[in-house]
Design a protein around this ligand. Structure first.
Ligand code: DUC
Ligand code: ZN
Ligand code: ZN
Length: 466
């Protein structure tokens, strides 16, 4: 079946071009000058709208067991919500828990996702224990399983934490096999001291989650990760959920020095703050407990992060989608902020929230598309199948209406959460139509896809590998 998307403006990393896009089956067949495509096909009118590659959220945690509970979106609910928001690929984190065989952790993630996803999906692998076996497993995952990126944690001692020696060994392995090391860069050993001291002083409210994870300990860990990657012969390093100015400065300095260092930020760090959200009265702030934490509005973090996005020191915007309901889940931390499950849900809103950056003059249209789709595809070995509108690529396409409006609310979102981190936010734009591999799965706010239609995407090596 063919479909001609007519009258729209195609946005890609190289610019905005009025063009008609011909979809044949699951892929893009041709890009035609306006009005010159075949006349015997079904058409989709995109006049006055942007035609962009489907969003790729390179950082989600569906069903993650964490903080004594499970992230509340399943692969079913989470990928459907993603589709509504114009995200047609997610890269979730499979988990090797400490003491577990890496391949068993991966098999468990396939079992959760298989047959349940509404859009295509891939996996990174969290290594909860770096030892001889897991180092060997890294090679096997890169060569046979389509997993070419591994996340390590400098935070969460006793849970996911790796020490510097373990990190160095994993980086050396990645340097050899071409994988990317993704780093949760916070000094978890020092943070745990600050947490114990705060609790001993009776400081139990959610805001103390942020106050015990100061910016300095993100910057320090970011610096250390960059230095360890240098020792590992410039192993490709990708800093996840970067939230703060001084951590960004570390990444920028490394990049200026020509290093193989990349970073992502997330919408929560671009829009939400320590004071206004995490510091909300009573226990309300628990909704915004995530790590790295929201930062102070009295410092220049948000301005610096937007600038970093413009200049490519921040390559990607992902969500770190890790939703927990307020009732019974966030409430596990009443009276002790350290027991609040860490995570914010946002997989449905990333494309819109970043478009608001375009409206606000903080990001160009091209950079919007690059940070939400094209660069994630290139960074994580999905390009050119995903992340671009060009012949031969999967027909994952979003028709975006710059004259529409989106109001974010728990009343209307599709994520399995009993609150919204962005309640009441208004976006001057709207996801109009979403195609996933040529199939219209969302139009006029209605869902036409199906659970199980999403496919696993084995990934290649990063396009940015040098
Ligand atoms: N941070 C979060 O907020 N949630 C899940 C894991 C993480 O690193
Ligand atoms: Zn993390
Ligand atoms: Zn995460």
């Amino acid at each position: 079946m063919t479909l001609l998307i007519t009258g729209g403006t195609v946005i890609g990393p190289t610019g905005a071009t009025p063009a008609d896009v011909l979809v044949d089956g699951e892929t893009i067949a041709a890009i035609h000058a306006p009005g010159t495509g075949p006349s015997d096909t079904e058409t989709l009118d995109a006049a006055g709208k942007y035609v962009i590659p489907g969003g790729i959220d390179a950082h989600t945690h569906m069903e993650l067991p964490f903080g004594g509970t499970f992230a509340s979106d399943t692969f079913d609910t989470g990928t459907k919500a993603a589709a509504f928001g114009g995200t047609t690929t997610i890269i979730d984190f499979a988990v090797q828990r400490t003491g577990e065989v890496v391949q068993d952790g991966l098999a468990a993630w396939h079992a959760k996702a298989d047959g349940n996803c509404h859009v295509d999906y891939a996996f990174h692998m969290i290594l909860g224990g770096v030892d001889d076996d897991s180092l060997k497993a890294m090679d096997q995952l890169v060569n046979d399983a389509g997993i070419t990126s591994f996340k390590l944690f400098m935070a969460y001692p006793g849970v996911f934490y790796s020490d510097d020696g373990q990190i160095l060994r994993a980086m050396q392995k990645a340097r050899d096999n071409g994988a990317v090391i993704m780093m949760h860069a916070e000094n978890g050993i020092a943070i745990d001291v600050l947490i114990q001291q705060a609790l001993a002083r009776g400081e139990t409210d959610p805001i103390h989650h942020g106050l015990t994870r100061p910016e300095a300990l993100e910057a320090e860990a970011t610096h250390r990760a960059i230095m360890l990657a240098e020792v590992a012969q410039d192993c490709p390093l990708y800093i996840v959920h970067l939230s703060a100015s001084r951590a960004l400065a570390e990444v920028a300095a490394a990049r200026d020095a020509g290093r193989n260092v990349f970073a992502e930020t997330c919408p929560q760090y671009l829009y939400l703050t320590l004071e206004d959200q995490l510091g909300a009265p009573g226990f309300e702030g628990a909704k915004w407990v995530c790590s790295t934490p929201l930062r102070s509005k009295h410092e220049s973090h948000q301005k610096d992060l937007w600038q970093g996005l413009r200049g490519n020191d921040l390559a990607i915007v992902s969500t770190d989608h890790c939703p927990f309901c307020f009732k019974d889940q966030k409430e596990l931390g009443v009276g002790d902020f350290s027991k609040i499950p860490n995570g914010i849900g946002g997989v449905e809103h990333r494309v819109d929230l970043l478009y608001q950056g375009v409206v606000d003059g903080k990001l160009s249209l091209q950079r919007w598309v690059e940070t939400i789709a094209t660069t994630p595809a290139r960074m994580f070995g999905l390009y050119p199948r995903k992340g671009v509108i060009q012949p031969g690529s999967d027909a994952d396409i979003v028709v975006y209406d710059p004259n529409g409006r989106t109001r974010i609310s728990v009343e209307t979102h599709h994520m399995n959460m009993d609150h919204s981190a962005y309640e009441g936010y208004e976006i001057a734009g709207k996801v109009d139509t979403v195609l996933s591999r040529g199939e219209v799965i969302v139009s006029e706010g209605a869902y036409h896809g199906a659970k199980g239609r999403g496919r696993y995407l084995p990934r290649g090596l990063s396009s940015y590998l040098v």
